[in-house]
Design a protein around this ligand. Structure first.
Ligand SMILES: [Zn+2]
Length: 328
């Protein structure tokens, strides 16, 4: 189902969306639940994960099914981040944690999923292939439905930056990211990327970029009892000026693309899509979370809003599954 203005989504009741005439974009969730299982990067254990649809205004909520009681539920929000050293880990006051949420969060952000419940039977989101692509595939398989509530976004109103200059948010018309990395390594070295998360760019340009590490670090992590599930199946491993993975890189600049992917996932812990520009210089999970703390500490720097005007069209056309329009 298409119109001259772009893709229309099909609502849960099967009726075509009226979001264009209503002048805004509505919230979206999954059409059905969907399960996957995989290895946890750090513990090395096998984890089963199910993504469920959720009501409007739920946001993204994680639940540990291997722990009894209400204490097992953790909202995917910046103020529940308890560790950013190896990955982004969420936790609650009972000490229940869920690690490595960033690639899944990036996929949910890139797929325009506002509401979902994520159940896991272990302490980490499975690492899959080290990218967000397997999670995009899950969302694609489950399908996406529009809900009867406008999407709430966080509009950046003035620049917010960290004192060390490693991360910054400024106003913009859609989510865009500028990222620079500079590693003392011939293979990774200096890379930069500027990209807007519109018109399916997440699925095409970012989702497949894998996490990476250096061989000497991998050995140190293993000796420390970490990265037990890590392998060439779920990370790029760099040794000197070469990549150990058979098949090489998926993008020439896969390293910086993965850092952008990480930033998108970490920023989605704001609890809503951010409308603004992110700039990162050699930053990581800690800086991304510190930036959200700085943002929410300044009430003049942001506001809740809905999408309007040209933003509506770019959000509709920016749906990651343009082929859905044809199927519908
Ligand atoms: Zn990552």
């Amino acid at each position: 189902m298409t119109t001259s203005k772009g893709t229309m989504m099909v609502k849960a009741d099967g009726k075509a969306s009226e979001q264009e005439s209503a002048g805004t974009v509505n919230q979206r969730t999954l059409k059905t639940s969907i399960n996957c299982s995989g290895v946890a990067l750090h513990s090395g254990s096998k984890v089963s994960m199910t993504l469920f649809p959720a009501d409007a205004d739920t946001g993204i909520v994680f639940k540990r099914t291997d722990i009894a009681g209400h204490g097992a539920e953790i909202p995917a929000r910046w103020d529940h981040v308890v560790d950013t050293r190896m990955c982004t880990t969420l936790g609650n006051k009972d000490g229940v944690t869920i690690g490595t949420v960033e690639h899944l969060m990036a996929a949910l952000s890139g797929c325009g999923i506002d509401n979902a419940r994520i159940e896991l039977n272990g302490p980490e989101v499975p690492i899959m292939d080290g990218s967000a692509q397997p999670f995009v595939f899950l969302v694609d398989c489950a399908g996406v439905v529009e809900q009867d509530a406008p999407r709430r976004v966080i509009r950046i109103l003035k620049p917010v930056s960290l004192d060390d200059g490693s991360a910054r948010l400024t106003p913009g018309t859609h989510l865009s990211l500028d990222f620079e990395i500079d590693f003392d390594n011939d293979m990774v070295s200096k890379q930069s990327l500027s990209i807007g998360v519109v018109n399916g760019s997440f699925a095409k340009e970012l989702a497949r970029a894998r996490t990476f590490g250096f061989l000497h670090e991998v050995e140190a992590l293993r000796n420390a009892g970490l990265a037990k599930g890590g392998s060439l199946d779920n990370a790029i491993v760099v040794s000197g000026d070469s990549v150990l993975n058979e098949g090489g890189l998926r993008y020439d600049d896969e390293f910086v693309r993965h850092k952008v992917l990480d930033a998108i996932g970490d920023l989605y812990l704001s609890g809503a899509p951010i409308i603004g520009n992110f700039q990162g210089v050699c930053s990581g999970h800690a800086a991304n979370n510190a930036l959200l703390h700085a943002l929410f500490a300044d009430p003049d720097a942001w506001e809740y809003d809905v999408l309007h005007g040209d933003e509506v069209l770019s959000a509709i056309d920016g749906g990651i599954f343009p082929e859905l329009a044809e199927i519908a």
